[in-house]
Write a new protein. Structure first.
Length: 360
């Protein structure tokens, strides 16, 4: 009579125990080194962006690997860190100390409230709502500053890790590929998808933000908006936020100018930015970002919300990447272990059309 109860093999027990031990150690490491997660993500992002240049210097130009890695890091410092530092320094210098800034912000909100109420007699911006906006703005500003400017150790460790990634890129990529317990096809799929996501977020989004900021700056200069360079910086940063974007900056500016008595100039700022900045956003997103990677808007929205909570300002870049990679890993898991023979990762529309034509 066959045995109704089969014993679990000792090999499987050892395998499960080892996996639990590995997961526990990884969780312990991540928990205690959570501060440096942005460093790892930043190093991977810069590695992907500079990968082709690194191979060109080392394999075609035959530079020694330490010199190639050092040159790329210096280039990254010049292109990324210095402009960000100058932009932050300009914002801090223009805004002054926090007390003076909050006083100006309060006057700004009160003038908008008085103007809207005098024209509509509808107290949409009640004193309670304004107080809530002030408190929220102060809280957000404090958290953003603490999460953005207190990152010296994160930036230093990011470039430290990036150096060793760039020094021996073939070895680094081989170690990562061999460590993944997946099919070779899925490893290649994840690598290619990650490269496209990084290029779309780390290159595409800043380019779109800079383009909107420049277009808005032209309007600020034409219609005489106060502190146009500061508004340019704020508009470029705000444009990276989905749904509302640059309107967070230029709509209050236009209303403020109208409330100050410059009705024609304020209306001009509102109409110009609504048309020109909005058109710039649509053109760049449907040309540049579509070529780099077609990221679903929901991935961007939820990714930015999650990324800002986890990483501060850098979450604008890393958040959407993490959400998109999570969705991809779920698809890869189904491909690895599911018995469903249906196609799991949908092809592009052009591929579907080709399959239809071939079948006909």
């Amino acid at each position: 009579m066959p045995n109704r109860y089969q014993q679990i093999s000792a090999v499987k027990i050892k395998q499960v125990f080892l996996l639990l031990l590995i997961c526990s150690l990884i969780a312990l490491i991540v928990y205690n080194l959570a501060l440096f997660i942005p460093s790892v993500l930043g190093a991977l992002t810069l590695y992907v962006v500079c990968r082709n240049l690194n191979f060109y210097l080392q394999e075609e130009r035959e530079w020694k690997s330490p010199w190639a890695a050092a040159a790329i890091i210096i280039l990254c410092l010049i292109v990324l860190i210095i402009p960000v530092y100058l932009l932050g320094d300009m914002i801090v210098e223009r805004l002054g100390d926090s007390k003076s800034y909050m006083e100006k912000f309060n006057v700004f909100l009160n003038k908008i409230h008085d103007y809207v109420f005098s024209k509509t007699r509808i107290d949409l911006l009640s004193k309670d709502n304004l107080e809530g906006i002030k408190n929220s703005a102060a809280k957000f500003s404090t958290s953003a500053l603490s999460g953005t400017f207190n990152t010296l150790s994160v930036v230093a460790s990011m470039f430290f890790m990036l150096y060793f990634m760039l020094e021996k890129p073939r070895v680094f990529e081989r170690v990562v590929a061999n460590a993944a317990p997946l099919k070779r096809a899925n490893i290649n799929l994840i690598g290619e998808k990650f490269r496209k996501l990084v290029m779309a977020n780390a290159v595409g989004i800043p380019v779109v933000a800079l383009g909107q900021g420049i277009v808005a700056l032209i309007g600020y200069l034409i219609f005489g908006a106060p502190s146009p360079m500061l508004l340019f910086a704020l508009t470029a940063v705000a444009s990276m936020i989905p749904i509302v974007g640059a309107a967070i900056v230029y709509v209050p500016v236009g209303i403020f100018m109208i409330a100050e008595g410059s009705t024609g100039q304020g209306v001009g700022v509102l109409i110009y930015c609504l048309i020109a900045v909005g058109l710039t956003d649509n053109v760049l997103r449907f040309t540049l970002l579509k070529k780099l990677e077609n990221i679903h808007p929901l991935n961007t929205v939820f990714g930015i919300i999650m990324g800002m909570n986890l990483f501060g300002f850098m979450g604008l870049i890393f958040g959407p990447i993490l959400v998109s990679m999570t969705v991809l890993l779920i698809q890869v898991y189904r491909d690895e272990f599911s018995t469903d023979e249906n196609e799991l990762i949908l092809p592009e529309p052009k591929e579907i059309e080709e399959k239809i034509d071939l079948s006909i």
